[in-house]
Design a protein around this ligand. Structure first.
Ligand code: NAD
Length: 352
């Protein structure tokens, strides 16, 4: 069996889920790891049996044996590394968000077209089993026309610090980090309607609250709470050309009783909740019914979601199949995210 030779660029927290998934996939072989921190790339290479280690991504890309790369670096490097990788003839799986500006997103899209290489955006929630089950119901028109969706991803305490809280490197706070997942999930399940306008507000009221004790949360590999230039809450209304609306709120920190993850879709034939648990709402013979699928996992399982994302990427690279999370979708999501930041900054609705 031919194995796809993989390089992983960025060996921090999320790279473990990529590396674990590649090592389980029988059609992939991890051969190279790169991190600015050479000790980190060496440790990971040892753990996953990679032959080559680098501290410069350019050197990794110059290795002709590497056929495909996962980019798991800070957001502001995604566009540059993706374009260099595509131009070096590699297929690319880039972590979300695709990049930090619409200009960069369009450039990456252009390079994908020019090189004919595959670029898959790490919209991992598209690969969850709860998403796939619901997608089948939607594809069979069980929800009818989806005209409203509502997504919340509220952390009461969860600014990951380090580069995440440095706007220069992250491009923003919870909106670009968490909002990207739930906005994409709704948009994907709504059938990817064209965006008409966005209106949003971001708030920077609470800071990173690194003072809080005895409550643990996700942290960047190089955690540092001394610098925080990102919003701690973002809210938005997104209008689509087909008349549908999406309402979102996301936070790194908020005086909320508990964390909240909720993603809901409403159509003219039925509704659905995908988070916190998959549920379909319908009307049958003049009776309202709530349908709970009898499945192992009603919510998103990170390990399985990443495995499905990586398996799909490897399969697409080896067979030439089209990815379900292509660069064009990354561009559309960047338009929405950047539109919300612009709307908040200008205090007005942004139309496209
Ligand atoms: N899909 C998800 O659910 C999910 C979850 C967490 C993070 N992410 C994304 O993954 C990416 C990384 O996040 P993380 O939590 O692993 O951060 P991290 O800080 O733990 O790791 C990032 C690593 O990238 C390295 N790096 C940065 N720039 C580099 C460069 N130019 N060349 C080589 N190495 C470089 C850093 O040294 C660090 O080790 C981000 O884009 C983030 O949005 C996705």
């Amino acid at each position: 069996m031919r194995k796809l030779k993989i390089g992983v660029i960025g060996g921090g927290s999320i790279s473990d889920l990529h590396l674990d998934s590649y090592s389980i996939n029988e059609q992939a072989e991890i051969i190279a790891i790169c991190d600015l921190n050479s000790e980190r790339s060496k440790q990971k290479a040892e753990r996953y049996g990679a032959q080559y280690t680098y501290s410069s991504y350019k050197e990794l890309l110059a290795n002709p044996e590497v056929e495909a790369v996962s980019i798991c670096t800070w957001n502001h490097t995604h566009a540059e590394i993706s374009m260099a990788a595509l131009q070096a003839g590699k297929h690319v799986l880039v972590e979300k968000p695709l990049c930090t500006t619409v200009k960069d997103a369009l450039q990456v899209e252009q390079i994908v077209k020019e090189t004919g290489k595959l670029l898959q955006v790490g919209f991992v929630r598209r690969y969850g089993s709860n998403t796939n089950i619901l997608k089948q119901f939607i594809d069979h028109d069980e929800l009818g026309e989806i005209y409203y969706a509502k997504a919340s991803c509220l952390r009461r305490l969860g600014n990951p610090g380090g580069w995440f809280s440095d706007k220069e490197r992250s491009g923003g706070g919870p909106l670009i980090d968490l909002g990207v997942h739930v906005i994409d999930l709704c948009w994907y399940l709504m059938g990817r309607p064209k965006v008409k306008s966005v209106s949003g507000n971001t708030y920077n009221k609470l800071g990173n609250r690194a003072n809080v004790q005895n409550l643990s949360y996700y942290k960047a590999a190089d955690f540092d709470a001394s610098n925080n230039t990102v919003e701690d809450l973002a809210i938005a209304l997104i209008r689509f050309e087909n008349g549908a609306s999406l309402m979102v709120d996301v936070s790194f920190t908020l005086h909320a009783k508990q964390d909240e993850m909720s993603v809901k879709l409403y159509g003219d034939k039925g509704g659905a909740e995908i988070e916190p648990e998959l549920l379909i709402v319908s009307e049958k013979y003049d009776t309202v019914v709530n349908l709970t699928p009898q499945v192992d996992m009603l919510t998103f399982d990170f390990v399985k979601g990443f495995q499905a994302e990586i398996d799909h990427f490897v399969d697409c690279c080896l067979t030439g199949k089209e990815t379900i999370s292509p660069v064009e979708d990354g561009v559309e999501i960047m338009k929405i995210l950047c539109g919300i930041y612009e709307s908040s900054q200008k205090g007005m609705e942004i139309t496209f």
